[in-house]
Design a protein around this ligand. Structure first.
Ligand SMILES: Nc1ncnc2c1ncn2[C@@H]1O[C@H](COP(=O)(O)OP(=O)(O)OP(=O)(O)O)[C@@H](O)[C@H]1O
Ligand SMILES: [Mg+2]
Length: 260
């Protein structure tokens, strides 16, 4: 049964999409069957994996509205021989879901229902959340087994984290009692500045959550890769960014919550 991981932080630009794409691709590189689901109307995961989001007529939005089965919008193994990674795309249509779905029965459980039918086909399902704590993120966390929280190594790193953890707790109480925090991962770590290390130390001292040993470095190859429509391991497999996400994938595979 596939493990479903929501990558969430309501703060914008902290590395959610970069982590979703590259964690998914590195898990796939390690032989796992992986599905990456774009739950952000910005569609950055979709375009970052080389899909022209504006030309799609079927996306996660149509699956959430019940117009299609999820299989009908899934892009199956676009990097075919290289890695077993499939994608459920999104584009700005998904912004409508936020409003339209609210009037339906049980709007928080829609994504969970959709993924139920296909989770057996995958080892991991990675969901990229938008930078907000609205319906799309709530659906993602309700569908997920765990939440992985990227934290950018910058001065305001801790801002908003208590709100995020409160929301996760609330979802655990009301909607998904099995939900756990998978862990926190530091992104965009810059070894040349004291600030990055200070942020890491400060978060470690103040946050009572599991923190991954792997720290993702600031690496220009990670910023370039989406414009080539490739995950980092296919764009520059020897870069520091690729190494970082491979190590994170190893840690995720060995996750303490799922050890037998
Ligand atoms: N480790 C890194 N090194 C260099 N650049 C990075 C790194 N991680 C992310 N970036 C860049 O930082 C920007 C924000 O990253 P990303 O889009 O992954 O964040 P996000 O949390 O998904 O943003 P949003 O909240 O808008 O969805 C992007 O331009 C991305 O290429
Ligand atoms: Mg994003």
């Amino acid at each position: 049964m596939g493990r479903i991981i929501a990558i969430a932080n309501q703060k914008g630009g902290v590395g959610k999409t970069t982590t979703s794409i590259n964690l998914a691709a590195c898990l796939a590189e390690k032989g796992k069957r992986v599905l990456a689901v774009d739950m952000d109307p910005q569609g950055n995961l979709t375009s970052g994996l080389g899909i022209d989001k504006n030309s799609l007529d079927k996306t996660i939005y149509h699956a959430m509205c019940g117009e299609i089965n999820i299989g009908e919008c899934m892009i199956v193994r676009p990097f075919e021989k290289k890695i077993d990674l499939s994608i459920v795309p999104a584009n700005r249509d998904l912004a409508g879901a936020e409003v339209e779905l609210i009037s339906t029965d049980d709007p928080q459980h829609i994504l969970k229902g959709i993924l139920k039918s296909i989770r057996k086909q995958f080892d991991f399902i990675i969901i990229d959340c938008p930078p907000a704590l609205g319906m799309l993120t709530i659906n993602s966390m309700t569908a997920a087994d765990t939440v992985l929280v990227p934290i950018q190594c910058e001065f305001f790193a801790l801002d908003g984290l208590s709100q995020l953890i409160y929301t996760i707790d609330l979802i655990k109480k009301k909607l998904n009692r099995n939900l756990e925090i998978e862990g926190v991962v530091f992104t965009m770590y810059d070894a040349r500045t004291n600030l990055s290390q200070e942020v890491v130390d400060n978060v470690k001292n103040n946050l009572d959550q599991f923190i991954y040993k792997t720290v993702i470095p600031r690496n220009v190859r990670l910023a370039e890769a989406p414009s080539f429509g490739l995950p980092i391991n296919l764009y520059d497999g020897r870069s520091a960014g690729a190494e970082g996400y491979r190590k994170l994938a190893d840690e995720v595979i060995k996750n303490r919550l799922f050890a037998d």
